[in-house]
Write a new protein. Structure first.
Lengths: 737, 91
């Protein structure tokens, strides 16, 4: 705290004296040097302070006293940090996470360190000491923090330590390779009345990336000492120690160049300071508190609110409310300050990833060229999947059929139901699903490649643009976009839509989005039904789904969102070379997930379907499932579908992949389907499949989010009517052609 | 700079942080930092973060990682829109 804040009768130790050379030499001549014990004998709001120092009484002007920083002496039970700090000059080591702060700490303190916890917290606290030119320094390694806004426990601890404990000096560790990110914290630290040394660490990493940082230019721009370091290799230690020593001994003039504040806001700040001044806790710097209040700092706002009488706080609150947007100028000035310093002190390489990304994005995110590229790439994905995956699938399918044959002919002693259970239920159902694994592996490998290079985000970006053009503006399109992965989180994602009516309609639209599971089934069945033409059929089906979605989206947007303009920004990663390990992990996770589902949900449903198709007679036509199937037969005739196909669709309610498993159980060999269904019926079946009622998870999510069985039934009914209607239309029109 | 950032967002439909960085002649890193700051102050709302957290049903879905392709989005909140319109009124 400043000496002027010390209550009369209180004893304190001088931590440091700030100011120009003349102030420092005058103070030193009077005996005001770090470590001296001082007691305030008399203090008033105006007029000089009378203090006792080194056995003498000294009168000191308030302006002069503001240059002297002290900490209370003889506090009861000093903390561990305070005990160390009292016997030495204290240094707070601060910086963002991953800037090499711990390396700098280890380098400074060597073995003279120990690890504890912050009082009452579980967060690690490292304290250490070192000596340089006879002076002992204590170092506290503060938790990594991005700013001083105290938005996390770590940030709160770091901020509280700097603000309340008043270290003698701060060493701000910054990463030379990502200097811009680190400088915002420096901008905030400079506002505190504690001198700073900037440790410009990881200069070797910056060099490797072709980034040149000029330490001297940075020093001149910041107005504080800057030391170039490679802490991991021990480079720059002596320079850092020297800078710390010289700054703490006032051998270097300290004139930080802080971010500016607009004159209009300076007036408000002065007004605010006047209002809160007498209520600010002694340990807090008054100007900093006023500034943080103007920035809307929640913690300090609460603190001051509780410290001030209600009528006084009302005035502060009114002033803050009037200047609510001051944060835009205050923080905005900090960003400008950072940008200015970067422009002055950092030379970027001519060819950067940002530059290359920008050049590539000119084509890849262009509304026309980008979309054409996207279509070509997605077409290539499906094409490659079919070209390479389908022959392997056909071979595996043949293998499964042969195994089933061997089982039926070789396992004659076993009960018939057990043989059928193994051959028809397990091999015919789950085995048939697993034959499609190669197709999925190729599909996920390409998807993983696209994601790892940064292209997948561009696909989402282009989709955003097209959805905007289709009328799916505003907050409805984000959940819809999410639906391409899985409908369940998409339904839950509609929570961002405030209007209940718009939210409800978005929920009704989402099941029309072909999720990844539906896409996988369509990919598999299209290959089975249409062979070399599968690519065009699969594309056409997705296109039709999107057209229906767009049509309904237009209605939704026009009638319910009132052409609301909701501009978005989105994060696009920089392009980079693919990492094949990452792609491998991506494929492994997805395939394991699929296998897990195949071994649980799909297996259970398959066995249930098998049991229904076997019992009570052992003949599928006269089984329980056969009875249900015959009941459905008239509906199937509208689309040219045999009843097993309808039953397969019904089982997709549990999980979409069940369609394939059920067809496997009921037909044994899926190629039989081509003999019992015409191409038009096959197309109608795929239309029915892609638009059919969503899975049970999605229906449960709809019920949860709408909190209405009526709307849940409406969603299921609409989807059923749409899929049935269009499938019938496709078949009937197809027959006429 | 933050005011200019908000105005740039309001002026477009869908923009990427990279495009905004180019427009404002600053690095994408700084734009991201500004987006985060404005989100914490209530001028922007971030969406898409929901998908970083597994949702009910995600754990059983074999395609759950497909959701991860959905990139982070931010849109102007009412507070953000009011700030932008008050800027244009001042001009």
């Amino acid at each position: 705290m400043q000496l002027v804040e010390l209550q009369p009768g209180k004893k304190a130790v001088i931590r440091r004296v700030e100011g120009g050379r003349s102030v420092l030499s005058r103070m030193a001549a009077l005996g005001f040097t770090p470590g001296a014990v001082i007691t305030v004998l008399r203090s008033s709001d105006h007029g000089p302070l009378l203090v006792s120092l080194r056995g003498s009484r000294v009168a000191l002007g308030r302006g002069e006293a503001a240059h002297i920083f002290v900490s209370l002496a003889g506090k009861e039970k000093p903390t561990e940090i305070e005990t160390i700090n009292q016997s030495s000059l204290s240094i707070a080591l601060t910086g963002q996470p991953n800037v090499g702060k711990s390396s700098v700490f280890n380098l400074l303190t060597g073995l003279n360190q120990h690890v504890g916890n912050w009082t009452g917290k579980t967060i690690e606290c490292k304290i250490g000491t070192f000596r340089f030119k006879g002076t002992k320094f204590s170092v506290v390694d503060l938790p990594g923090t991005y700013s001083l806004t105290a938005s996390s426990e770590e940030e709160r601890l770091a901020r509280d330590y700097i603000v309340k404990e008043h270290p003698d000096l701060i060493v701000a560790v910054v990463n030379a390779a990502t200097l811009e990110r680190s400088l915002y914290l420096v901008a905030e630290l400079l506002l505190l009345p504690v001198p700073i040394v900037v440790a410009l660490n990881m200069t070797d990493v910056a060099e490797q990336e072709g980034i040149q940082v000029e330490p001297k230019v940075l020093e001149a721009a910041l107005g504080v000492p800057v030391v170039s370091m490679i802490a991991s290799k021990g480079v720059g230690l002596v320079d850092l120690e020297e800078a710390i020593f010289r700054l703490s001994n006032h051998e270097i003039s300290y004139q930080p160049k802080r971010p500016s504040i607009l004159p209009a806001h300076q007036a408000v700040l002065d007004q605010l300071r006047g209002l809160v001044g007498s209520y600010v806790l002694p340990s807090y710097p008054e100007e900093w508190v006023a500034l943080k209040l103007l920035e809307g700092d929640e913690e300090l706002t609460e603190l001051m609110k509780s410290a001030m009488p209600p009528e006084a706080w009302e005035k502060v609150h009114a002033l803050l409310y009037k200047h609510e947007d001051a944060i835009l100028d205050i923080a905005g000035a900090r960003y400008e300050w950072v940008a200015r310093i970067i422009r002055a002190a950092v030379v970027e390489p001519k060819v950067t990833r940002v530059g290359m990304t920008a050049r590539l994005d000119r084509v890849l995110t262009h509304p026309i060229w980008g979309t054409l590229t996207l279509i070509a790439i997605l077409g290539g994905v499906l094409g490659l999947t079919y070209k390479v995956g389908s022959p392997i699938q056909a071979w595996l399918s043949q293998l499964i059929n042969q195994l089933a044959q061997i089982l039926r002919s070789g396992w004659v002693q076993a009960p018939k139901w057990l043989v059928e259970f193994s051959a028809g239920g397990i091999l015919g159902g789950i085995g048939m699903v697993l034959t499609f694994l190669p197709i999925l592996v190729i599909f996920f490998a390409i998807l993983g490649f696209m994601e790892d290079t940064g292209y997948m985000a561009r696909a989402a970006y282009l989709s955003d643009r097209w959805m905007h053009m289709m009328g799916l503006h505003g907050k409805s399109f984000m959940p819809i976009l999410l639906g391409f992965g899985c409908n369940v989180p998409a339904i839950l994602g509609t929570r961002i839509i405030e209007s209940r009516r718009a939210r409800l309609l978005t929920i009704l639209l989402i099941p029309l989005v072909p999720c990844a599971a539906r896409m996988a089934v369509v990919t598999i069945l299209a290959a089975l039904f249409f062979g070399p033409n599968a690519f065009w059929i699969a594309w056409g089906l997705v296109g039709c789904s999107l057209l229906i979605l767009a049509g309904l989206g237009l209605v939704l947007h026009h009638f319910f969102f009132g052409n609301e303009h909701v501009p978005f920004i989105m994060e696009l990663p920089l392009y980079h070379l693919p990492n094949f390990r990452t792609i491998g992990i991506y494929v492994r996770d997805n395939v394991l997930g699929f296998l897990k589902k195949a071994g649980t949900t799909i297996l259970a449903a398959t066995l249930f379907v098998w049991a229904l198709s076997y019992f009570p007679t052992g003949n599928v036509m006269t089984s329980y499932l056969g009875m249900v199937g015959k009941f459905l037969e008239p509906v199937g005739r509208w689309m040219g579908l045999p009843w097993p196909a309808l039953v397969a669709l019904l089982t997709s309610f549990v999980a979409k992949e069940n369609t394939v498993a059920t067809l496997g159980v009921l037909y044994g060999n899926l190629n039989v389907l081509k003999t019992v269904m015409t191409p038009t019926a096959m197309l109608a079946f795929l239309v029915f499949q892609i638009l059919f009622v969503p899975c049970v998870g999605t229906v449960a999510a709809i019920r949860q989010e709408t909190r209405s069985w009526k709307w849940t039934a409406a969603s299921v009914g609409m989807q059923l009517a749409l899929s049935l209607g269009l499938a019938v239309a496709v078949y009937q029109v197809g027959r006429l052609i | 700079m933050l005011r200019r950032f908000l105005e740039t967002i309001q002026a477009g439909e869908v923009q990427s942080l990279l495009e905004i960085a180019r427009t404002m002649n600053i690095s994408p890193d700084m734009v991201l930092q500004m987006a985060k700051e404005l989100t914490s102050k209530g001028y922007l709302q971030e969406i898409g973060a929901d998908c970083d957290e597994p949702q009910k049903g995600c754990s059983d879905c074999p395609f759950n990682s497909a959701c991860q392709v959905i990139v982070r989005h931010w849109f102007l909140t009412d507070k953000g829109k009011t700030a932008v319109s008050s800027m244009s009124m001042t001009k």
